[in-house]
Design a protein around this ligand. Sequence first.
Ligand code: CP
Ligand code: NVA
Length: 310
Amino acid sequence: MELRGRDLLAVADLRPDELTGLLDRAVALKRGWDPGTPLERRSIALIFLRPSNRTRVSFEAAIARLGGHPIALFDREIEMGKRESVGDVGRIMDRFVDGLVARIPSDRDLRGLAGAMGAPVINAMTDLGHPCQILADCLTVQEQLGRLAGARITFVGDGNNVCNSWIEAAQVAELDLRVVTPPGYGPREPVLARSRPDEGRGSVTVTNDLAEGLAGTEVIYTDVWTSMGQEEQHEDRRQDFGPYQINESVLERAPAGVRVMHCLPAHRGEEITDGVIDGPQSIVFEQAENRYWVQLALLSAIFGSAEPSS
Ligand code: CP
Ligand code: NVA
């Protein structure tokens, strides 16, 4: 696996063997493999133009574990695109730090930053994708089902960033992915077209029919109905997504033993009920923990530890 010095802007940036290599590295780290301190005397900037708990904390903890120094910057400080241009932010960052982790709404701006920098840039979520989340989710599915290729996963919710990254993962990891959304909230056609599985690698089915999407599934995955930046649409979305709530009655109708995942933060009582998220079929908190192990794997691969020996 050669991720050294590379950006990670989308799941589709990874070849299947690179994804497998990253997950193997995360497994080794969880088992106690010591990645050393490849970030010693190096700094990584983190730009967060949107709120974060898991992504920022897991990245900062992983950077510190690898001997590096995280520098977190928020919207009020950086005012990217307002105080100075995206390109200028990237050019300046490149002279100070060894890498950048960025959560910014616009995927185009993320790519602008990456284009302005020689140092690696990692997507910590845009409106178009959330690759680090889905890498951790792939690890969780692999742990829970004992395999990743062929896993039957049903995403129920909005066809935006998290869903888009699942669609890309379907091809890279050869998943059997169903996407269930209310009418009008499906994934955008360019995302589907770009990731259209071919050569027999994985499959993506999009439907508005929850029962169809849940038939035979092994994992139900949901996300908030109202994403960051969509707050003014909250009431409309509550109406439109209401029939797609993951609740006890949905679980009763789903295959026995199905696991429930959620990227978090959860809007309890909207897309998921307390009974489900806190219930025996939920693997949400194992999933959240895996954010740390995958960030550690990703950073250690990009910033240069040797391969784990097992
Ligand atoms: N799942 C996720 O990205 O969480 P945060 O928004 O808290 O980082
Ligand atoms: N779709 C959500 C994911 C949060 C991790 C959002 O963009 O707010």
